[in-house]
Design a protein around this ligand. Structure first.
Ligand SMILES: Nc1nc(=O)c2c([nH]1)NC[C@@H]1CN(c3ccc(C(=O)N[C@@H](CCC(=O)O)C(=O)O)cc3)C=[N+]21
Length: 280
C-alpha cells in the first residue's frame, strides 16, 4: 500500500486565498497594502531564488515587498542598523532576514534586531519562547506550516511518538515545541544521536529537518507512520528516501509540493496579521 500524499500546494493555496482577502480588506481600511521587508545578504543563488519566490507570492496576494539587498561583506553592525531601520519604519509590517547569512555575521544578533511585532518569520528569541510557552506570537513559518498541514489531514498528535530529526533554531527546535504543545511525545535526534535508525523505527510521526539529502532511509519508517519531509536540498531532494518511505508510510509530504509552499503561505498570513495588529 502506497502512502497518501499530503498536498501542501493545495492547502497553501487555501491559506493564500484567505490571506489575499484579508490583505485586500486591510488595504481598503489602511489606504496602503500590507508590506513585507525581505533582507538578503550576499548573492547565494538558492537564497536569491527563495527570496524572489516570497516576493512573487506576496505580489500575487496583494502584499507589497520592500527589497533590501546587502553585500556579502556586510558586518553585523551594518546589518543590525538596516534591520533596526525596518523595525522603526511604520510602513513596514513584517521583516524576513533570509537565513543563512555570511559567516562573519552574528545571525542571532541580527535576528534580535527584528521587532517582535514584526517577526512574521518567527525567528526571534521572543517568538521561540512564546512558542514554547504557548503564548500568542508568530511562529516560525515552516514549523507552523507543518502543524497546519497535519491538522488539515486530521493527523492525531496527542499521545503519538514524534521523532524530529534536526534542532535548528528556526526549524527543528520549534517544530518539536509545537508537537509537544499538541501532547505528542517528542524526541529530538541530531548529529550526536547514536541510534538514529532505531529512534525513527519507533516513530508514529517523523519530521525530517536536517538538510541532508535522503539521510532518513525508507526502510526505517514504521509501517503506517506519518512522514513530514522538511528537507530543502539542491535539486528538490528531501531529507527522506521518498521512493521507499512512500511504500511504508500512511501519509507523506512530497518534495516539492509539501512543506515548502506552506512555509511561504504562513509567512504571508503572518504578515497580514502583523499589519492588522498595527491598526489596533
Ligand atoms: N529566515 C528564513 N526563513 C525561511 O523560511 C527560510 C530561510 N530563512 N532560508 C531558507 C529556507 C528555505 N525556505 C523554503 C521556502 C519555500 C520553499 C518552497 O516553496 N519550495 C517549493 C519548490 C520550489 C522550487 O521548485 O524551487 C516546494 O517545496 O514545492 C522551499 C524552501 C524557507 N527558508
Amino acid at each position: 500500500m502506497s502512502a497518501e500524499i499530503i498536498d501542501g500546494s493545495a492547502v497553501a493555496k487555501q491559506l493564500l486565498a484567505e490571506t489575499a482577502a484579508r490583505a485586500k480588506a486591510f488595504t481598503e481600511r489602511a489606504g496602503r497594502a500590507p508590506c513585507l521587508a525581505t533582507v538578503l545578504v550576499g548573492q547565494d543563488p538558492a537564497s536569491m531564488s527563495y527570496v524572489r519566490m516570497k516576493q512573487n507570492r506576496s505580489a500575487k496576494n496583494g502584499i507589497d515587498s520592500r527589497k533590501v539587498e546587502l553585500p556579502e561583506t556586510t558586518t553585523t553592525d551594518e546589518l543590525i542598523a538596516a534591520i533596526t531601520g525596518l523595525s522603526d519604519d511604520p510602513q513596514v509590517d513584517g521583516i524576513l532576514l533570509q537565513h543563512p547569512v555570511p559567516e562573519q555575521i552574528d545571525e542571532r544578533a541580527a535576528f534580535e534586531a527584528i521587532a517582535p511585532r514584526k517577526d512574521v518569520d518567527g525567528v526571534t528569541m521572543h517568538s521561540l519562547a512564546a512558542t514554547a510557552l504557548d503564548l500568542p506570537s508568530f511562529h516560525s513559518c515552516t514549523p507552523e506550516g507543518i502543524v497546519r498541514l497535519l491538522d488539515s489531514y486530521r493527523v492525531e498528535l496527542a499521545g503519538k511518538r514524534a521523532v524530529v530529526i534536526g534542532r535548528s533554531p528556526i526549524l527543528g527546535m520549534p517544530v518539536g515545541l509545537l508537537l509537544l504543545g499538541r501532547n505528542a511525545t517528542v524526541t529530538y535526534c541530531h548529529s550526536g544521536t547514536v541510534d538514529l535508525a532505531d529512534q525513527v523505527r519507533q516513530a508514529d510521526v517523523v519530521v525530517a529537518a536536517v538538510g541532508r539529502p535522503e539521510l532518513i532511509k525508507g526502510e526505517w519508517i514504521k509501517p503506517g507512520a506519518v512522514v513530514v519531509d522538511a528537507g530543502y536540498n539542491p535539486g528538490n531532494v528531501g531529507d527522506v528516501e521518498q521512493a521507499v518511505a512512500v511504500e511504508r508510510a500512511s501519509m507523506i509530504t512530497p518534495v516539492p509540493g509539501g512543506v515548502g509552499p506552506m512555509t511561504i503561505a504562513v509567512l504571508l498570513a503572518q504578515t497580514v496579521a502583523a499589519a492588522e495588529a498595527s491598526l489596533g
